[in-house]
Design a protein around this ligand. Structure first.
Ligand SMILES: NC(=O)c1ccc[n+]([C@@H]2O[C@H](COP(=O)([O-])OP(=O)(O)OC[C@H]3O[C@@H](n4cnc5c(N)ncnc54)[C@H](OP(=O)(O)O)[C@@H]3O)[C@@H](O)[C@H]2O)c1
Length: 304
């Protein structure tokens, strides 16, 4: 089968199309004929070696963590999924024509949804759900600040926060203000001309997917018992000492499996996929470079 491997850390040129044997699924896995792959910033961070201490790779390695495709093989004990079904979900080594997927991660793609749209959903929705619901316990009427509202995680977070009935503020660059309002943001901060220390509002929950200065300044925007969850780095040594009971969580891996709950939100129309661009399989390097550039609106997808 065709796959994309890396044999060393490096820039996008290390992504090589190759021919390798099909994977052999375990007794709790489906074999999927892959049709579309979701690209995450984590992919190019792994590729360029940024995480080699935390998550060292073995080479050759096939990157990628989320797919949509057609079921080719089902373990005998699984009754709700059949050969030929269209499914999506998280799966390791996703940059390949055939991929093994844990049965617990697989969900049927709604009829109205394409493979590309379905592949845009698994990771970002799970991250956003974990931050807002599992860690943040966000309630109706509470104030949430979602940084980078037009990015993959940000879009999913706005949609879930809207479903929960929260009062949503988000940060974006000026061209994306109307877009995030259309998703359900109640208040928008243009981060290119408003610094966070100008913000008077205080928040119950803040989702930081930017890190560094944004994370440090966000600490000051929490209510007395507010929670700051960051997906990027731990700057808490720089936080001001406070008499208040504010909390910080550095969520290195917030990918606890809530795919059943999230699938229900998708079926209910509360979460919808937003795609920035679809690339061909042989253009994986272009897809990585676009993600690495850092200014997407929605998800980058690669067709296979
Ligand atoms: N720890 C974990 O488990 C975990 C899980 C998922 C993601 N992450 C990390 O979280 C980050 C976001 O992921 P993603 O998939 O959402 O990325 P993404 O889809 O590439 O989105 C990046 C977004 O950031 C916006 N942005 C850039 N600088 C900004 C700033 N200073 N203030 C506000 N927005 C800004 C960009 O929009 P503009 O064009 O408006 O700048 C863009 O929409 C990545 O670094 C990723 O690695 C971590």
């Amino acid at each position: 089968m065709k796959a994309i491997q890396i044999k060393q850390y490096g820039n996008a040129d290390v992504l090589e199309i190759t021919q390798i044997p099909e994977p052999t699924p375990s007794t709790d896995q489906l074999l999927i004929e892959n049709k579309a792959i979701g690209i995450n910033p984590f992919d190019w961070k792994l590729r360029n070696g940024l995480f080699q201490d935390l998550f060292p790779l073995e080479f050759p390695n096939i990157l990628g963590f989320e797919i949509a495709g057609v079921v080719k093989q089902v373990p005998a004990h699984v009754k709700n999924i059949r050969v030929g079904d269209r499914v999506y979900g998280k799966a390791d080594h996703a940059y390949a024509k055939f991929v093994s997927m844990d049965v617990s991660q697989a969900h049927h793609i709604p009829e109205s949804m394409s493979f590309e749209q379905a592949a845009a959903l698994p990771t970002n929705t799970q991250v956003a759900y974990n931050v807002l619901v599992t860690l943040g316990k966000l309630k109706k009427g509470q104030k949430v600040l979602i940084h980078a509202g037009a990015g993959g995680v940000g879009i999913a977070a706005i949609q879930i926060a809207k479903y929960l009935g929260a009062d949503i503020t988000t940060t974006v660059s000026p061209k994306k203000i109307e877009f995030v309002k259309s998703l359900g943001a109640n208040h928008v901060i243009d981060y290119t001309n408003t610094s966070l220390d100008q913000i008077q509002e205080r928040y119950d929950l803040i989702l930081d997917s930017i890190g560094a200065k944004t994370q440090i300044e966000s600490w000051e925007l929490l209510k007395q018992q507010g929670l700051l969850v960051s997906l990027l780095g731990d700057e808490s040594a720089h936080f001001s000492k406070s008499k208040f009971d504010r909390k910080f969580i550095f969520a290195v891996d917030v990918l606890e499996n809530h795919s059943d709950e999230i699938h229900d939100l998708i079926l209910g129309g509360h979460i919808q996929p937003i795609i920035d661009e679809v690339f061909e399989f042989h253009d994986m390097a272009k897809a990585h470079n676009k993600s690495e550039f850092g200014h997407v609106t929605g998800k980058i997808i690669v067709k296979i």
